[in-house]
Design a protein around this ligand. Structure first.
Ligand code: PLP
Length: 450
């Protein structure tokens, strides 16, 4: 039922996207020889993808896969309208963003309109890492301090400052002691397997953060800011405990620091019930960072903040990104927002996400290894455990389940610090039929003996 028609792209001028690809094994050997070694690649021999259409990918042998891990291509693959808009803009003009060109201004206005009142200054960049680096730099420039507070088991990117505050063991195992001395991490409020899980979680996690804040106070050098995802993303979308952001934001602001909401992964409609993750906590950050889906795969990111905070960068010189917010990037960004609205993709994330979450929750009743389902909308986490009391992570089992899912035509990878969570983040156009297909295949795999 999920077989779809995938149109063949029209022949391109110059390099032909329809040209036959080299054989899988040969291309993979060449990849290993030249593509940067530590690039994350879960499958030992990944399928060689040839094209995509909506939530499906097709390999060179014509096999179809349901893409359940793509949090970049939020409209789905191969959207013809986006391709047409980007092509037309390329033909008219693409250049760096310092030029006075209408679509750059229009896209910035559009982003400011999506942000809470007062956050109407927009910096356009190329990626989430770059957005977080800039946000940290803004917090440091605004406060005149350098110290940054972050959460343990978090990921914010791989460029200098975003890497420094990325503490997830799976993504960045370097010890905290090797980080710049301005990085201060507090325990992550993982209410499922966290140290303080229980009814008073917000209070316990805030108590645990207190000594770190006191040490920053004792150092006498002030606090520049605090960065975190508004939903605990690394572990598959666990909501932060009620009141957590309100309280910690208040403590950071009392020290003159700025609060940065990293919405790169969870924001922009993916949660279905909210456009931004921080809405769930009833707070308004000082700086929002966003990237991934906003260009549907085209490199695009943004930092949205107040005019006053934006101005503080002038003390440090100017901000300039050669390609961030180029006309083509901005047309991609504008068209993504148009299509999201017309195709009601945030609503789709809510309805299909609620349906899928209910199907996954039903697996918990039948399969002891399925410990919990987290998240909302089309940002869900299914956590596998060996024992529901000790919550021992079922790491090897999760890898085997993913391998079997691939055989059944589903692309899914383990994530989280224990690599025992299926982080479910498909394109927002996922249909109910595809959601059911995924749930059916997962059920089949679990019925086979996990
Ligand atoms: N922040 C979060 C929460 C992310 O998940 C990621 C990427 O996975 C980033 C920042 C970095 O974004 P990028 O890969 O576009 O640099």
């Amino acid at each position: 039922a999920w077989l779809v028609l995938c149109p063949s792209p029209s022949p391109l001028l110059g390099r032909d996207a329809d040209a036959p690809q080299p054989a899988t094994a040969e291309l993979f050997a060449r990849r290993q020889a030249h593509l940067a070694a530590p690039q994350k690649n879960y499958y030992a021999a990944p399928p060689q993808i040839e094209r995509g259409w909506r939530e499906h990918l097709f390999d060179v042998e014509g096999r179809a896969y349901l893409d359940m891990v793509n949090n970049v291509t939020i409209l789905g693959h191969g959207h013809p309208r986006l391709a047409a808009a980007v092509n037309a803009q390329w033909l008219r003009l693409n250049t760096n963003s310092r030029f006075h060109y209408a679509v750059i201004t229009e896209f910035s206005e559009r982003l400011a309109a999506l942000a809470p009142d007062g956050l109407d200054a927009v910096f356009l960049v190329n990626s989430g890492s770059e957005a977080n680096d800039l946000a940290i730099r803004l917090a440091q420039a605004h406060s005149g301090a350098r110290n940054m507070l972050c959460l343990l088991e978090a990921y914010h990117g791989w460029s200098a400052a975003s890497d420094a505050v990325s503490t997830s063991i799976a993504d960045n195992p370097r010890a905290l002691s090797t980080r710049p001395d301005w990085v201060h991490a507090v325990v992550s409020p993982n209410t499922y397997r966290g140290e303080f899980r229980g009814p008073d979680t917000a209070v316990s996690y805030l108590d645990a953060a207190a000594p770190v804040l006191e040490a920053i106070d004792a150092g006498g050098k002030g606090l520049a800011g605090f960065i975190c995802e508004s939903v605990y993303g690394n572990a598959g979308g666990i909501p932060l405990p009620e009141g957590y952001l309100r309280e910690i934001y208040a403590q950071v602001r009392a020290r003159g620091g700025l609060c940065i909401a990293d919405e790169v992964q969870v924001g922009y409609g993916r949660l279905g019930h909210y456009f931004w993750g921080f809405e769930q906590q009833g707070v308004v950050p000082d700086i929002i960072t966003v990237a991934k889906g906003m260009g549907n795969g085209h490199p695009l990111g943004a930092v949205i903040t107040t005019r006053e905070i934006a101005q503080s960068l002038q003390k440090e010189g100017t901000f300039f990104s050669s390609t961030g917010g180029s006309p083509v990037s901005c047309i991609a960004g504008m068209t993504v927002l148009d299509i999201m609205a017309e195709e009601k993709l945030q609503e789709n994330a809510r309805t299909v996400g609620d349906h899928l979450k209910a199907r996954l929750a039903a697996l918990i009743d039948r399969h002891p290894i399925a410990g919990a389902v987290h998240g909302m909308g089309l940002y869900l986490g299914l956590e596998f455990v060996r024992d529901r009391t000790t919550l021992t992570p079922a790491t090897e089992e999760t890898a085997a389940i993913c391998d079997r899912l691939l055989e059944l035509g589903v692309i899914m990878q383990p994530t989280g610090d224990h690599q025992n969570v299926l982080k479910i983040k498909p394109p927002l156009c996922l249909s109910i039929e595809s959601a059911d297909f995924f749930a059916d295949m997962l059920e089949k795999v679990l019925d086979e003996g996990w």
